[in-house]
Design a protein around this ligand. Sequence first.
Ligand SMILES: Cc1ncc(COP(=O)(O)O)c(C=O)c1O
Length: 458
Amino acid sequence: MTRVVDGELLQDAARRAHRYLADLGNRSVAPAAGAVAGLEQLGGVLPEDGLAPSKVLALLDDAGSPATIASAGGRYFGFVTGGVLPAALAAGWLGSAWDQNAFSTMTSPAGAAIEPIALGWLKEVLALPHECAGAFVTGATMANFTALAAARHGVLARAGWDVDADGLFGAPPVTVVVGEEVHASLFKVIALLGLGRERVVSVPADAQGRMRVDALPALTGPTIICAQAGNVNSGAFDPIADICDRAHADGAWVHVDGAFGLWAAAAPAYAGLVNGVQAADSWATDAHKWLNVSYDSGIALVRDAASLRAAMSMSAAYLPTGETREPFHYTPDSSRRARGIEIWAALLSLGRRGLADLVAGNCAMASRIAQALRDAGHQVLNEVVLNQVLVSFGDGDTTNRVVAALQEEGTCWCGPTVWKGRAAMRVSVSSWATTDEDVADSIGAILKVAAEITGSRN
Ligand SMILES: Cc1ncc(COP(=O)(O)O)c(C=O)c1O
């Protein structure tokens, strides 16, 4: 008889997970220092004889759960982090039990079949061209990597060079253009692709962080322009339609990093922000941000499927061939978990209207937070066009002290950042779990902490 996992163990895991999630609203968002110190209990000498699985789980819960940051709850506003939707969480559990290798149709018919379904829905809600090919990866960094590998292939192929066969040695130089406010992870990606983080051409940005089209240099030779839909600080969008007009006239490839901003397309009231984004050549986005699936999950989309295939494909005698979409031809990884499952489940459980409400609701909450802070006399540094709010509480030292005290106070969690040379607190509202009450409680906590800190300075 095949060995079967003890049902009581799985039920215990479900009970513990449920208790954890149900308690999130009653605990400090940041873990207590004592709880973090308690993580030591997870270490020690690896025992000769293993512990019973129920005891392993109990230790993880007892020592680990209190030391987590409550990012699955409704009052975590750090790093553009989504929570995890019920259907995505539950489907993810079932998917873990399936333990599928989404490498190919052979290793996982279900894992492979779910990807094109989810991709089709994604293209619909993100209003991207139906001919795009796509890849399910760990996050926006790898999605940018995957799409830019396709871009590198595409622009060099047009110059008569097969970069995937011959590498970059002796290749025509590729110019990579970024906006001054490009996300830091893009430099890692550019370095990984051998395009040289110090070689990029940086285009000045305006006061909201949008690339200035009038400052684009003359584009000659193989060129990739990395535009941005949603600046991680201000939420602002590059003028992608204008960038595409300029770039395409000169034969350049336009890639859009839309880690969270692309989701504006799903909410009619915000879809205007992504006007023209369909004209680009490739896109990267996260599912673990605004789609609210659990970590880790990102998606790369590329209009020219052949370029993505050329950059990612592999062949070996034992691999399937034919017309069917084989996931391994589209991703940098080979064996990998079936990430499409949670994306599929999240989209199906939300429907178009649920997704629109999620995005628009979070944006309205961000506006409400910004207004409350302004009303209290604090300075909001950005135009709040989406879900990001940047606040200053005075000089840099005061602002940083407010952020640290707020994290310590525990009602909510916002992170520090620097915007146009000024220290700021960044509030990102991107969770399905955030309620109006969470917003009210968080505003109350921010104002109370800010009054204590700024008051103590007067
Ligand atoms: C605009 C942008 N690009 C890329 C990233 C990197 O995303 P990830 O950490 O999911 O790889 C982020 C993360 O916040 C982002 O906001």
